[in-house]
Design a protein around this ligand. Structure first.
Ligand SMILES: [Zn+2]
Length: 166
């Protein structure tokens, strides 16, 4: 198990502080620019870290549900497309996907990236509702709503793996 002393959230790295306590429920409190993760004191060492990672993942997924759904809704109005469902997932390789039925999937880790990178992924998937491919027309549509998308793509290429700490 890797060390978990910091975590990316909306493009910034924050300290993760494990707090061993006698309570039974694990809690996460984001305070003073720190993720304070309360872990039952019966869990020690690697097991505590593992538990903390699990809880940070749930915390991040819950917030991703809120933020990504809201943002997708806003962008779908702007781009003038309608989608069917949105699912937030723990995917190993993909940031997002779009099916021919209009079902959108997003990796919860895009909430850990800078906001514009998250927006790019949302715009990218929504533009697939107009062009189900990566044709020139598709990229032109993406550029229409996100002129600097090349920058966000590059960020993902260079930094994407840094989001896989949990
Ligand atoms: Zn695509």
């Amino acid at each position: 198990m890797k060390k978990l002393d910091n975590i990316m959230y909306r493009g910034q790295a924050y300290e993760v502080k494990l707090i061993s306590y006698p309570g039974k429920t694990n809690q996460i409190i984001f305070r003073d620019n720190k993720f304070n993760v309360y872990i039952n004191n019966k869990l020690q060492g690697g097991r505590a870290t593992q538990e903390a990672a699990q809880h940070l993942k749930s915390w991040m997924t819950e917030r991703a549900e809120e933020v990504i759904k809201k943002r997708t809704h806003e962008y779908s109005n702007l781009i003038d497309v309608s989608y069917n469902t949105i699912r937030i997932k723990d995917t190993k390789t993909r940031w997002g996907s779009c099916s021919s039925k209009g079902n959108l999937n997003f990796n919860f880790r895009i909430l850990m990236a800078p906001e514009q990178v998250m927006d790019y992924i949302i715009v990218h998937e929504l533009c697939h509702l107009k062009h189900m491919n990566h044709s020139k027309e598709f990229w032109n549509t993406v550029a229409q709503y996100m002129p600097q998308y090349e920058k966000q793509k590059e960020w993902l290429k260079v930094n994407g793996m840094k989001l896989y700490t949990i």
